[in-house]
Each structure stands twice: as C-alpha cells, then as structure tokens.
Design a protein around this ligand. Structure first.
Ligand SMILES: *Cc1c(COP(=O)(O)O)cnc(C)c1O
Length: 406
C-alpha cells in the first residue's frame, strides 16, 4: 500500500483505519509512521524536493498519513492524500472552510443547534466578513427550503446535535442542496466515520473535530476537512490550509492517527455502553427524561436507525427529577464520570449544558430549545458498563437525598 495511492477496495473499516496510508516506513521499516519533527526538508537542487515536501506547514509525512487515512475512512472518491486535510483544531478547520468558500454577499445556512464554538465563530468573528448567516431548524428538506435565498452558497449541517441529539435527515437536506447547486458541509464529529457516512448521501465536505472520538483519548486537539469527489475543491481548500496556517504539528498528527486505529472497536463499546445505560435510566424512578437516538422514545428514532445503522453513539442527555440543585449534586457525586467539558474519549464525562457548554445562551433561549436546568450531558466512555451504572445509581440516590432535605 503506497502512501499516495488508494488502498485496495473492499477493505473493512478497521483494516483501513490501521493500514491506510500507514505502510511501513521506506527507510527503516518502522511499522508506525514516524513523527517527522522537522520544519523543513532538504532540496537536491533549488526547487527540487527530495520526497515531495518543502516546509512543514504546507505538508509533512506524519500529517499526510493522517489525512489519507481519514479521507479513506470517510469513503472519498478521490485519492486520500488529495481529499483529506488536517487542522490544528475543529474550529481551525471551520474558519479555514469559511474563508475558502464564502465571500461578501454570500448566504450561509446553519443548523440552530450547532456546536457552540461554531456559533461563536460565525456570530462574533465571521459576521465582520460580509457573509449573511441564518441559523435555522434543519430536520429535513421541508424545514430548510423556506430559508433558501438566491445567494445561498453553503449549508452547514451537524448531526446528531449537541446537547439535545437532534438529527438532520442528510439524504433529504443534501438532496435539496444539490438541486440548487449549494455546497454542503456536514460536521460528523458526534457520529464519527464509523457510525455515519455523509458522502453516501452526497455531501461535498465533511468536517471533524478529531479532538473527540477520532483522537479518542482526550490528549490531542485537532480538526479535519474531507472532500467527497471534487479535486478542484480539495485543491482550493489545501491552498487555504497552508495559507491560513491552522495546521497540526507532526506530534499532534501522530497522536490523532494512533487514536484513529482503534476507532471501530471503541465506537462499538461506546454504543453498547450508552444504549445499556439509556435503557436503564429511562426506567429509573429518579430520572425525568432521557435523550438518546437509540431509544424508541427519541422523536427521530426511525431516522437514527436508517442514518446510523451501526449504532447511536456515546452521547446522551439526562434530566434528573428536580432542578439545577439535583443536577449539580449528581455531577459532583459521580466518581467514574468526571465533571468536565468535551466528549468522545475513553473515559466517561458528565457536564451541565446550562452553566457550562451552553451558558452563552440566555435562559429563555435555552429553555425554548430544551436545555433545562436539570439536564446533564453524558459522554459515555468505554469502561465496564456495570461500573458506570453503579456509579450513576449512587449519584442519583445522593441527588434524591439532597432534594428531600430542602
Ligand atoms: C468540539 C467540536 C468542534 C470544535 O472542535 P475543536 O477541536 O474543539 O476546535 C466542532 N464541532 C463539534 C460537533 C464539536 O463537538
């Protein structure tokens, strides 16, 4: 498997994750792609490159291995090293995407419950660039169509969303965009390429915060853009990648690639643990409501089954009986679930959207979209599920006792 060609077709997901663009190093046979911790590369004559690289912001072999593997996992139709672009963070990928593809006077359609950092970039930074942005409910084509304008250039979709795990019907919304010649970008961070494949539905670009499930070990920040089938679009993004400069260093690229190798087995366990806990919590007398796409009680469960056939991910929302005080007691009392922002790592995390990740929304706005004060968000890790269940049980009991004493 040479580093610049497509791997043989028909390989399974985990085989690709482990081998794609990761052939043993040609010089010493290193089985794992080396960390090429260098800023520059020797040239044999002015402008004649030894191995295709000149300056490490523009490209380096460690980053190229990650880019190619990610692109192959998302099922690009292009060679992986052309279609995949790695960034220093998810928002680095987003800001580069917007700078590359939008100009003053263009209109961008975005889901109204996208990641908070996406919202912040578009409303606090990109608003100065003369691009019109509309945040809309984006469940399917019928909800999007009334918001189209003649100058609509791009749609940015995120599914499942955060923290309420609402879904966008990708086939329906992307189908509408295609009839109007509108570019689509799907933020596939929550599902990961293992559970959801936006290119199957015709998406033009996929965005990842590799910080989450792809890296998977809460030890490296990173982002990616992957292009479906348009080589000119990929080249335009690659020009902006090196020119805007939000690129990952070789060590970050290497850590992310190491995490990526086990994505399939980790996602299977995340899904199993989350579904087990969701089914148990839904019956629990101290729980008011559970939000998880894998439960028949989720309003878009049939869509979730179609769009994420291998599993429903590791994220869930949980409303405890009571209010903010009970939610706080629950989060303070868990011993295995760490109270922290972020998600997608091997360890379980718990957080309070109303005062942490989504505190920038005013209370009436939060309540209107369903982020109540008794809602906690859980990133279910890959520990033994019986231990996670016991930990939540003792914390729910503590929350209940705190309720009884007020
Ligand atoms: C975390 C996250 C981002 C931003 O990624 P960073 O790596 O933190 O910059 C974007 N989208 C989603 C869905 C996220 O969860």
């Amino acid at each position: 498997m040479s580093n610049s060609t497509k791997p043989p077709s028909g390989l399974g997901f985990s085989t690709l994750a482990i081998h794609s663009h990761q052939a043993p190093d040609s010089q010493f046979g290193a089985v794992i792609p080396p960390i090429y911790q260098t800023t520059t590369f020797a040239q044999t004559d002015a402008g004649v490159l030894t191995g295709g690289y000149d300056y490490a912001r523009c490209g380096n072999p460690t980053r190229a291995a990650l880019e190619g593997a990610l692109a192959d996992l998302e099922g690009t139709a292009l060679p992986g090293h052309i279609a995949g672009l790695a960034f220093a963070s998810g928002v680095g990928a987003l800001s580069t995407l917007c700078m590359a593809l939008l100009k003053p006077g263009d209109h961008l359609l975005v889901g109204d419950d996208v990641y908070g950092g996406t919202y912040r970039f578009l409303t606090k930074v990109f608003q100065h660039y003369g691009v019109e942005v509309s945040f809309i409910a984006m469940s399917d084509a019928a909800s999007v169509e009334p918001h189209l304008k003649p100058n609509t250039k791009m749609m940015f979709l995120e599914t499942p969303s955060n923290p309420l795990l609402k879904l966008v019907d990708l086939a329906s919304v992307i189908g509408l965009a295609q009839t109007k010649g509108i570019t689509t970008c799907v933020d596939n961070t929550f599902a990961s390429p293992y559970l959801q494949n936006p290119f199957v539905h015709g998406a033009d670009i996929i965005l990842h915060s590799t910080t989450k499930y792809i890296g998977g070990h809460s030890d490296v920040i990173g982002g990616a853009l992957i292009v479906n089938n348009d080589a000119d679009l990929a080249e335009r993004l690659r020009f902006h990648q090196k020119t805007v400069g939000a690129t990952p260093d070789p060590f970050a690229s290497w850590l992310t690639l190491r995490g990526l190798k086990t994505l399939g087995v980790r996602m299977d366990r995340h899904c199993h643990n989350a579904l087990t806990l969701a089914q148990w919590l839904e019956q629990h007398p101290l729980v008011e409501h559970v939000v998880y796409p894998g439960l028949p009680s989720h309003p878009q469960h049939p869509l979730a089954k179609r769009q994420m056939p291998k599993g429903f991910g590791g994220m869930m929302g949980l409303q405890v009986k009571g209010g903010e005080a009970e939610a706080r007691t629950l989060m303070k009392t868990t011993k295995l679930f760490t109270l922290a922002e972020s998600l997608g790592g091997v360890e379980s995390l718990i957080e309070h959207p109303a005062t942490m990740t989504h505190a920038s929304l005013e209370k009436p706005v939060r309540e209107a979209i369903g982020i109540h004060d008794n809602l906690v968000r859980i990133s279910v890790g890959i520990e033994d599920v019986a231990d996670l269940q016991a930990d939540l049980e003792q914390a729910l009991q503590a929350a209940c006792r705190s309720m009884a004493t007020v």
